[in-house]
Design a protein around this ligand. Structure first.
Ligand code: TRP
Length: 329
């Protein structure tokens, strides 16, 4: 049994890419491991320092997580800002993280480009906070996508450096969680790249059926295959990829054959795709609404999660303080 930590920032609604790319696997993973799932609401301040409604955003993501099947009876589900011990470890790890290596982080260089008017120290030390999130529970596995691999590598380095500096074998160096087969990357509806929060190319779990129909009908395609057997273009291939996760295999086969024989009508394919997406999202959406209206349930989940996370985190902090040499008078 591994200890697994996974965080998600509270800056947007969950989309199909989050669901099929990660969360659906988490539902299985939580039964086989000691899992900590949390909402990284401190990390979200690095890009959104003055959120309009941080509490509302956290509630929404939490309700969506739960609606997808993350189970607070099995896993520890909590809010980052409910666990002050993380902040203490973050401070301690900062003394042990070098400005040079932080400045060289890909995500930091990207953020400098994206928000030149707000290059705050939180952005620079983002990987340190993430490392604290992970090693405070002495995690051995972290499910990460490509974009987070460097952060995980830095986490390993900070853990190793702590051990070396204080001459202990205390923090494990966490590896990427391996789901066995390659993770499916869900593309967006705009013809290029993966589905994202801010790209405006996503289908959200909380979208209404009408919103989903509208978005899918507007998805980018092409002028149609010009010869039998022609490979689908990027935008059309993307629609097939989405279809491969939401539709029956017979449906997928039907449209693939229609494409091969140049008889495909994208309008018909999109109509089918939209209905199949709606079939997947509707029960989740109903559950999101149900959970959001049950304030007592949500409050219960959050306080139980915070209690479990703090029990684990405070043990680490106690031991870390002792390792460094802080003592009671
Ligand atoms: N940086 C992660 C992301 O943007 C979110 C995150 C914060 C995280 N802390 C974490 C993920 C700890 C895994 C473990 O996706």
């Amino acid at each position: 049994m591994e200890t697994v930590v996974s965080g998600i920032r509270s800056t947007g609604y969950l989309h199909l890419g989050n669901y099929f790319g990660a969360i659906k696997n988490f539902v299985k993973m939580q039964r086989e491991n000691n899992c900590f799932f949390f909402i990284a609401d401190y990390h979200s301040l690095t890009t959104h320092p003055k959120p309009d409604d941080i509490h509302g955003n956290i509630r929404q993501v939490l309700a969506e997580y739960l609606a997808c099947g993350l189970d607070p009876e099995i896993a520890t589900i909590f809010i980052q800002s409910d666990v002050p011990e993380v902040v203490e470890l973050y401070l301690l790890l900062n003394m042990n993280a070098y400005v040079g290596e932080l400045e060289r982080t890909t995500s930091f260089k990207e953020k400098i480009r994206k928000q030149p008017d707000n290059i705050n120290a939180g952005l620079l030390t983002y990987p340190v906070l993430m490392a604290a999130d992970i090693i405070i529970h002495k995690a051995t596995k972290v499910p990460v996508g490509k974009d987070q691999e460097q952060h995980l590598e830095m986490t390993r380095r900070f853990a190793r450096r702590f051990n070396t500096m204080y001459g202990v074998d205390y923090f494990p160096e966490p590896d990427a969680y391996n789901f066995g087969r390659k993770l499916i990357k869900i593309p967006g509806l705009d013809g290029t790249g993966k589905m994202g929060k801010s790209e405006g190319n996503g289908i959200f779990l909380a979208d209404t059926p009408d919103e989903i129909r509208k978005k899918v009908m507007k998805a980018v395609t092409d002028a149609g295959p010009s010869a039998p057997g022609e490979k689908p273009s990027e935008p059309v291939k993307n629609l097939f990829t989405i279809m491969s996760v939401v539709s029956d295999s017979s449906t997928l086969k039907y449209f693939r054959e229609k494409h091969t024989s140049c008889e495909i009508r994208y309008g018909e394919m999109k109509k089918q795709l939209a209905e199949d997406i709606i079939k997947v999202t509707t029960p989740i959406r109903d559950r999101i609404i149900e959970i959001l209206t049950d304030k007592k349930y949500m409050a219960g989940v959050v306080s139980a999660g915070a209690e479990k996370a703090r029990a684990s985190a405070s043990k680490t902090i106690r031991e870390v303080r002792e390792i460094i040499g802080y003592k009671p008078f």
